[in-house]
Design a protein around this ligand. Structure first.
Ligand code: NAD
Length: 494
């Protein structure tokens, strides 16, 4: 069984005193071991990133940008290979893996514009003979900790912008599907990134805590579940670091009585069951307004029977397995427990039989769900769609605004006024109007509100340039000796 190793200072290394299993979720068989970094190995990675920082920071912007242009080319060229890695370790179907990679490439394209992004500002003559300019300088070594569900896109959300801004990085990907991160680091190297600028360490809390506690690491980007995001935020902030920690989600899709019901049903099924519901922007609650519910539930149910669930390498499969056996069983428990909570299980995917030992579960639809039920309150992160019936638009908004998660939401309506009001009223970071998964394009930033994000910066896009740089403001006078004098007053520009 092959060992997936760390990538430190441009080389694959591992003492492999501790390891973890990496499965193929479609077969249920273990396919690799992944090394779990010791404190010493993480310290080596941080030392490599610290040593590479002065050189990378001093590298000309055009030369830096060149790495991203080359990287984009390599990612496009090797997309098929990378997608195969994603499917074999994560389980998502190959077309979905290709979609993830193309969204990651958007972040590389954004980073390639770094010469423009890193421009400062200049004000001439703020006082007689005095000019002011501001400049954006890197924060230093960045720690990046990523979840299992997007093993390419989420690392690129962080790593592309951080490196473009002149920082160096220690990336700790998910131990469940770690190969893609090493593949990415090697592509960066091939694209001309100097050794030590991007390092990858695998592992668990030992690796993460070492990154969080290291004084050399100046900023932390985290994406994962809410309890871990909160603890990362608190520990990193207590250590004086800049931190953004994106957490879990419970995304609601509102369907108004005037919506195109067939279109809304297509969107709900796609967004709820795509990638087996293991997307932080997956729709997990359908909010049926007024008398729309019966027809909507029926339209969703009709579509569910046609979905093809199977090994992601099979081109016919539309949905693959879940990430682990334990996660699959946990997801199933929400469906099997829903009836006892007072909900109606319309389609029970947990009873669907699959050949082999893969971590598959069928798709489920649960109606008459209410806050207070576990199926509503928890982030399930699987192919389970709940339906909450409400009387009015106001009730829909109140329901969503009372939820502790606030990553994404969507409204389906034909009425522009209702859509505009929803955009105004809703307390959620990313909003779709007739778009079920409103993931912003790479030139905007991504982030939720409330328990879906701890910290004040969204990730990738313009906010990432802000997050990964420190602003310095320089006030300049070139003195005329004849104007020089002693003046103990506070410097005034008037
Ligand atoms: P997770 O929180 O279990 O793990 C995320 C990362 O934290 C991994 O690298 C993991 O090794 C590490 N980690 C886990 N436990 C830790 C601990 N006790 N101390 C330190 N580090 C620890 O999340 P996951 O299961 O890999 O990913 C799924 C979650 O991520 C879902 O909740 C999903 O909503 C969320 N997610 C959010 C976004 C977003 O943008 N808001 C995007 C993708 C995924």
């Amino acid at each position: 069984m092959s060992l997936i190793r760390h990538f430190i200072n441009g080389r694959e290394v591992a003492d492999a005193e501790r390891t973890g299993p990496v499965f193929n979720p479609a077969t249920g068989a273990q396919q690799h071991e992944v090394a779990f970094a010791s404190v010493g190995e993480v310290e080596q990675a941080i030392a490599a990133a610290s040593a590479a920082l002065p050189g990378w920071r001093a590298t000309g912007l055009i030369k830096r940008a060149d790495v991203f242009f080359k990287l984009r080319h390599l990612l496009v060229e090797r997309q098929g290979e990378l997608a195969a890695i994603l499917t074999s370790e994560h389980g998502k179907v190959l077309s979905d893996a290709a979609g993830e990679i193309s969204r990651g490439i958007e972040n590389v394209e954004f980073a390639a514009g770094l010469v423009h992004l890193l421009k400062g500002e200049h004000s001439e003559q703020v006082a007689r003979g005095v000019d002011v300019h501001s400049t954006k300088q890197p924060v230093g070594v960045v720690g990046a900790i990523t979840p299992f569900n997007f093993p390419v896109m989420v690392p690129l959300w962080m790593v592309a912008s951080a490196i473009a801004c002149g920082n160096t990085v220690v990336l700790k990907p998910s131990e469940k599907d770690p190969s893609a991160a090493v593949f990415l680091a090697k592509l960066f190297q091939e694209a001309g990134l100097p050794d030590g600028v991007l390092n990858v360490v695998h592992g668990d809390k030992v690796a993460v805590d070492t990154i969080l506690d290291a004084p050399e690491v100046r900023a932390i980007s985290f994406v994962g579940s809410t309890p871990i995001a909160k603890s990362i935020y608190e520990r990193a902030a207590a250590n004086g670091k800049r931190v953004q920690a994106l957490g879990g989600a419970k995304n609601h899709m509102v369907v108004m009585p005037d919506a195109d019901l067939e279109g809304a049903a297509d969107a709900a099924v796609s967004a709820a069951y795509g990638s087996a519901g293991e997307r932080c922007m997956a729709v997990s609650v359908l909010v049926a307004v007024g008398d729309v519910a019966d027809e909507l539930v029926d339209a969703v149910r009709r579509r569910m029977g046609a979905l093809v669930i199977g090994d992601g390498t099979d081109a016919a499969s539309e949905m693959g397995p879940l990430i682990t056996r334990e996660h699959r069983d946990k997801v199933a428990s929400y469906v099997t427990g829903a009836a006892a909570e007072g909900a109606t299980v319309v389609v029970d995917g947990t009873t669907q039989a699959f050949d082999g030992d893969g971590f598959f579960v069928g798709v489920s639809l649960v109606d008459h769900v209410k806050p207070g039920m576990k199926v509503y309150d928890d982030e399930i992160f699987g192919p389970v769609l709940s339906v909450v019936r409400v009387e009015s638009y106001d009730e829909a908004v109140a329901l969503i605004n009372a939820n502790r998660f606030a990553n994404g939401t969507a409204i389906f309506t034909r009425d522009g006024g209702t859509a505009r009001q929803f955009e105004f009223d809703i307390e959620v970071g990313m909003v779709g109007v007739n778009v079920p998964i409103p993931v912003p394009v790479g030139a905007y930033s991504f982030g939720g509100w409330k328990s879906s994000l701890f910290g004040d910066s969204h990730i990738y896009g313009p906010e990432s340039v802000h997050f990964y740089t420190r602003s310095k403001v320089v006030t300049t006078r070139w003195p005329n000796p004849s104007e020089s004098q002693v003046n103990l007053g506070f410097p005034s520009n008037h």
